[in-house]
Write a protein that binds this ligand. Structure first.
Ligand SMILES: Nc1ncnc2c1ncn2[C@@H]1O[C@H](COP(=O)(O)OP(=O)(O)O)[C@@H](O)[C@H]1O
Ligand SMILES: [Mg+2]
Length: 493
């Protein structure tokens, strides 16, 4: 089956001189508006280079975009309920915990905090549901003539920690609007949906801050030792500083939190003599970010404290791949959402997701993947990109671990086949002009939810981001140098 195609918002290729000219302008626009990242290869803290971006916005069906936007508050609520269902998390993660040390360490913190009594019942969820259009028809296994060139979108995953691109998402719309105007196509900008992700996410943080209710308290961003994706973090700080100059923000690594904070007798987290109201994690989602016991101790300290965490540890556990797979199992959504229309709308977004536990279903999944490995992705309980197994490697990996307990730490997922879109990718240091290449996109919808186990007091969809990669690339992390910033150009069927 050949992969379906969508057409570019303006005819390609562009004339050589026009293209060279507009790319030169766009690169400077990027540098001067924070469409940037630090260089991993030649790191210099004082230097920002352009982040890779797609020159023109990529087409995305309007109805599917609207569907994703509308569904987000429902997904927020679902995640909130899942995060607060102790039995479900315990049951779902039990096999993975035995073989996955990282998830087990997170889980241990959660158990410790629960045993000693939760001091802060409010959680701040800043979620991002990542989706891709599926160009195959689920019923025929072939491209469906009725829905061609796409059927509907499917969820890749939902992120509950460090969901980035709150700044880079909206600014991608701005740079592509600038490019369209320079090319004399400013009239097309109306098809690029408004994107207020940055202000929406920051409003979530300040809402939680106000709920904490201590005017002298501070906000703490937990950051990596080196933040390559610095624009996407700093712009959150700048936004809060502008809207709420009364609030002080600190950036600290887990190690610095270990060294510089303490819990007082009321379990308030104290930094520089002031209470911490909200802790926003932009790090802490992968093992390398906990190089020693100090980082784990810091995480436990924060978790025990009265600060409102984004995310609380149980929210992070709810964002694991294993939980996503469990939610797609028969009858599970009903447990959380009842059996109404919203439940079937959520069920529709799942592509095939299979447990690899040592039971009958797990064995069937292994057989299925061995028979047609290219159709699947193998995923461990990890975040941050670069951990999944694709294509022929799925078969090798499964053959290797078929009889080992390690297998239970993975889930198997059907591979989504998005439609191809032609476009230009502008990368730092790469020759200008770039060639027209086939691309595929992944849309992320941001949601903010605040509440306790029993009461949700804030639940919104707040914006989006689009990442686009070469059609034959497995993964599309922008910071990893694979994907490129993009934004949707809505098209009617
Ligand atoms: N089922 C899938 N079909 C197609 N591509 C996928 C699928 N699952 C993941 N990918 C690709 O791999 C990337 C990483 O997978 P993801 O599940 O988001 O893990 P991570 O937590 O590392 O971001 C995605 O951004 C997407 O490009
Ligand atoms: Mg992802």
């Amino acid at each position: 089956m050949s992969q379906a195609r969508l057409t570019s918002c303006i005819p390609l290729p562009l004339e050589h001189k026009t293209l060279v000219n507009v790319i030169e302008k766009a690169k400077d626009w990027a540098l001067m508006h924070g469409v940037g990242m630090r260089d991993k290869k030649h790191f210099n803290k004082d230097v920002i280079q352009i982040a890779p971006f797609v020159l023109l916005p990529s087409p995305f069906p309007r109805t599917e975009f609207d569907k994703a936007i509308e569904l987000q508050p429902i997904l927020n609520e679902l995640m909130h309920k899942v995060a607060h269902d102790d039995c479900f998390l315990e049951h779902t993660l039990q096999n993975a915990l035995q073989v996955d040390e990282f998830t087990a360490s997170l889980y241990d913190i959660w158990v410790k905090v629960r045993n000693e009594g939760v001091t802060q019942p409010v959680s701040l969820g800043m979620l991002r549901s990542d989706i891709m259009l599926e160009s195959r028809c689920p019923h025929t296994e072939n491209q469906c003539a009725k829905h061609s060139p796409y059927c509907s979108w499917k969820q890749v995953e939902i992120n509950s920690i460090a969901s980035g691109f709150g700044h880079l998402g909206p600014v991608s719309r701005e740079i592509q609007s600038y490019v369209l105007r320079q090319l004399g196509h400013g009239d097309l900008i109306k098809n690029m949906p408004e994107n207020k992700a940055l202000s929406g996410l920051c409003a979530g943080i300040t809402e939680a801050y106000d709920l904490f209710g201590v005017p002298s308290a501070v906000i703490l961003f937990v950051v990596e030792e080196v933040s390559y994706n610095i624009c996407d973090q700093r712009f959150h700080e700048f936004e809060i500083a502008e809207k709420r100059p009364d609030i002080q923000i600190h950036r600290k690594t887990l190690n610095e939190i270990f060294e510089e904070t303490h819990l007082n007798d009321k379990k308030q987290l104290i930094l520089d003599g002031r209470q911490v109201a909200v802790v926003y994690y932009r790090s802490g989602y992968e093992p390398a970010q906990y190089p020693s016991s100090k980082e784990w101790d810091a995480r436990l300290r924060v978790e025990r404290s009265t600060a409102i965490k984004c995310p609380s540890i149980h929210y992070q556990l709810a964002g694991t791949k294993k939980v996503q797979q469990a939610l797609a199992s028969p009858g599970v959504l009903e447990q959380f959402m009842g059996g109404g229309a919203a439940t079937s709308r959520v069920r529709d977004i799942f592509t095939g997701l299979y447990s690899l536990d040592f039971d009958e279903t797990g064995e069937r999944a292994v057989e299925m993947a061995l028979a047609d490995a290219e159709k699947f992705v193998l995923k461990p309980q990890r975040e941050g990109g670069g951990n999944n197994v694709y294509g022929a490697d799925v078969r090798d990996a499964l053959l290797k671990m078929r009889h080992s307990r390690e297998r239970a730490a993975y889930i198997l997922m059907e591979r989504i086949l998005p439609p191809l879109v032609p476009g230009y990718v502008v990368r730092p240091g790469s020759p200008v002009p770039p060639p027209v290449v086939d691309l595929v996109s992944e849309l992320g919808i941001f949601g903010v939810i605040i509440g306790t186990k029993d009461k949700i007091c804030y639940n919104r969809q707040v914006g989006h981001m689009l990442r686009t990669k070469l059609a034959d690339a497995n993964e599309g992390g922008v910071a990893a140098g694979l994907g490129a910033l993009d934004s949707p150009y809505l098209v009617d069927a």
